[in-house]
Design a protein around this ligand. Sequence first.
Ligand SMILES: Nc1nc2c(ncn2[C@@H]2O[C@H](COP(=O)(O)OP(=O)(O)OP(=O)(O)O)[C@@H](O)[C@H]2O)c(=O)[nH]1
Length: 550
Amino acid sequence: MNENEHSQRIQIRLLALREDYLKRLPEELAEMRRLATQLLQEDKPAGTLGILQHRLHKLAGSGGTFGLPELSGYARRLEQQIHLWLDKLPPSQVELTAFIGEIGTLAELNMHTGYPGADQPPPSRPLAQQDMIHLWLVEDDRLLARQLVDQLTSFGYRVTHFCQLAEADQASAHDSPDILLLDVMLEPEGINTTEQMTLLPRLMALSCPLIFISARDDFPSRVRAAQLGAEGYVLKPIEVPRLVNRISRIMENRASPPERVLLVEDDQLLADHYRLVLEYAGMAVEVLQQPEQIAETVFSFRPELILMDLYMPDYSGPDLAGVLRQYDNWAGLPIVYLSAETDLGRQIQALRSGADDFLTKPISDAQLVAAVRVRVNRARELMAQINQDSLTGLLKHATIKEAVDIALTRALRDGHPVTLAMLDIDHFKRINDNHGHATGDMVISAVAMLLRQRLRRTDIIGRYGGEEFLVVLPRCDAASAHHLMDEIRKDFAQVRFSKGDTGFTCTLSLGLACTAAFPVDTGAELLARADRALYQAKNTGRNQTRTATQ
Ligand SMILES: Nc1nc2c(ncn2[C@@H]2O[C@H](COP(=O)(O)OP(=O)(O)OP(=O)(O)O)[C@@H](O)[C@H]2O)c(=O)[nH]1
């Protein structure tokens, strides 16, 4: 199914859901009217008022989603009226009679005006990144541009250089980059040059990520960059490894796996609607069917965010959030209430149970997608800060060691081999001594980049020590691993680094250990064998790959 057909199908399913909702609505409104009339005969109306309040609350939330904003707003007002009665004074007979009339008005509201819920769902995410990332660099300092192009090219990027914004603007008529690097003087809004008035917005329309290069570290310049949607702000003199790190983070985010969202919503139609909207935006969604199963579902589905209704028949949102927070592993899992509750006091009360935020129904499709995406990305950034090395973006020592243990447990369970590869840059101390620490950092980043580009998504890469790396290759036997890693070694030896006018290359030594070659019980044993193989590679001339045989 192509993108267009997929989009049409989703639209059709969304419309079908709405039809279904409209079909059931008269029955729901008639039931509310019956309940309201019943109130007149009751001495203690609190119970029936509670039921009516719950139904009006749901109507306020669902009406907007299915294109009935007027109905939604009206239901919300009536719900608030009941709140007042329940909190303070019960209604008089006169008030009740007027209320029954208002419930009747609900049913008469023109149900077919407007359908904001049918706003075009936001476009699905772009396709995964192409083989070679194409950068456009707008830089009027030719010397700096030449150095940048050289260095970025040795990191495996394709770079096109433009001296002026106008040249990039012309090129944008027939081509577009994956990332735009702009070295322009940022003026505060209002005192824009012609360039910034006309050309910048045109380049922004390419809607590719934007990184500004600037010598100015002042707040107004950074604000201006943020206003223009910059995803990075790199200061001069440019530290290329940091720039490369930023670029690869941005590209990884673009090609990142679908956001996993768990929906906890007792209104089946609304749950279906939200699920379709989020799936159309490229997310993986599961709807919790039984609240009692929340811990099992979170364990198996591993959501990155939970969207939770506040008021549900058996257990409330705060009940479920409270249960999840009892588990150490999920203490940081973002939980967002999605509810028609607009009372700030009650919202704050609900947040005390351990949720992070509140979204108010009705919510437009685009708003929902944006709200979920922003929160999942924040959570991912946070996890990255905790687990990833800042120079290379690879897993840190402790995390990659943990990954070895997990991969070994899986391999022993499934009967597949797993291979570890330990890499070390040869004579790295000399690189630092001869070319400076910053250049040494660039070499470290280059190894990381190369590994990232060449390995499978399922392989796990970590920075094990200063200039030492560890790769876990699940379901990979020793011969395939040797072939693959040795190709990487040979290619790395071809990468030319530059420092001023001098260029140099460097090499890698590798030690491999595969579970198929000998019995191992622990990750530490496998690591020790890979380490010994690396030691052999170093001792027998460097720039080679050795595989442990025993
Ligand atoms: N630039 C840079 N250097 C680092 C970093 N971490 C460790 N180093 C340096 O890496 C060097 C590692 O040196 P050794 O392990 O002795 O390596 P070597 O003897 O030069 O080379 P081999 O014997 O081939 O491994 C040390 O000088 C460290 O200071 C880092 O993050 N950046």
